[in-house]
Design a protein around this ligand. Structure first.
Ligand SMILES: N[C@@H](CCC(=O)N[C@@H](CSS)C(=O)NCC(=O)O)C(=O)O
Length: 290
């Protein structure tokens, strides 16, 4: 598996030669170009600078959000999809095409237990797209990333932050900081931080709470579960150190919502998140009583 510390989109120095055309007909190409310039780079947040094109997409059966991000000011308009879902791949790829984008990465925040990732399907439909997942996920992808890695699309990038707990390999992707970068920043939290909640902790963790209580009640110490205990504990500490340290106006975009919310902010979640504002002990109790 190829592993890179800094992922730079490999874009042609002559973008007009390689940019995928909507049609081979010159006239249609011109009208499409005009249409795209009229569309501009509208985003769902009025505060985004024009260079980031952003779309929040929804898959209703699993209540999953997929995010499309593209660098609209780069001649090739390099784009990436975060957490694509297999059922909605065709819709997402049609949007990529309509907007004249060049999809370069299909990224997952974690190995999804509830839905099949659309990444493999995208790779069969758009040759050249590279899949990305965290190294800690121990899953197959073209590129594996670790905390601190940057995923570049033109001069925009996402930084990888480790937020394990829902699964061992959960990461949050945060837009890079800087004068020409999107303000406010954006955090794609996967299932690590859901709006006013968080991902369940009984996947891939072998019912950790039951195990721990069994051990405690029988006064047994077992190093074999130490990693599980640590990851569960780390849920709170990692969210606090990796997400709650971001500027309070950072927009929080989760992988799911079951109540109709679409976006939150770091400041809002620091105040109102019913689970992640708690200390480790209270958090464990909440998750155990779920
Ligand atoms: N609670 C959901 C049920 C679907 C579910 O379990 N979702 C997962 C994320 S997808 S693996 C989750 O972690 N949900 C948070 C939770 O507290 O259950 C629902 O309300 O429909």
């Amino acid at each position: 598996m190829l592993q890179l510390r800094f992922l730079q989109a490999s874009l042609s120095p002559k973008p007009h030669l390689t940019f995928p055309l909507i049609s081979s007909s010159g006239s249609l190409r011109i009208s499409q170009t005009k249409l795209r310039s009229q569309m501009g780079s509208y985003t769902t947040s009025s505060q985004q600078p024009s260079k980031l094109l952003f779309r929040q997409l929804f898959e209703k059966e699993s209540s999953t959000y997929t995010y499309l991000l593209a660098n609209a000011s780069h001649p090739e308009k390099p784009a990436l999809l975060v957490d694509p879902v297999d059922k909605t791949v065709d819709r997402d790829l049609a949007l990529v095409k309509d907007l004249g984008l060049k999809l370069i990465y299909a990224i997952n925040t974690h190995v999804h237990a509830d839905h099949v990732t659309g990444t493999g399907l995208i790779k069969t439909k758009v040759p050249g797209v590279k899949s990305i997942i965290s190294k800690a996920s121990d899953a197959k992808a073209d590129l594996v990333v670790e905390p601190g890695d940057k995923i570049c699309f033109g001069d925009l990038f996402l930084v990888v932050r480790a937020t394990p707990g829902h699964t061992l390999g959960c990461v949050t992707y945060v837009t890079g900081d800087g004068p020409s970068r999107p303000q406010p920043r954006m955090a794609f939290t996967g299932d690590a931080l859901l709006i006013r909640g968080c991902g369940r902790t009984d996947f891939q963790m072998k019912c950790i709470i039951d195990i721990v209580w069994e051990l405690v009640s029988h006064d047994i110490s077992c190093s074999g579960v130490a990693c599980c205990v640590e990851v569960h504990s780390n849920y709170i500490s990692q969210v606090h150190s990796q997400i709650f340290t971001l500027p309070k106006d950072t927009l929080v975009y989760p992988a799911h919502d079951y109540k109709g919310f679409t976006v939150s902010t770091v400041g809002e979640e620091m105040l109102f998140n019913a689970r992640l504002t708690k200390d480790e002990e209270a958090f464990k109790n909440i998750m155990a009583s779920k």
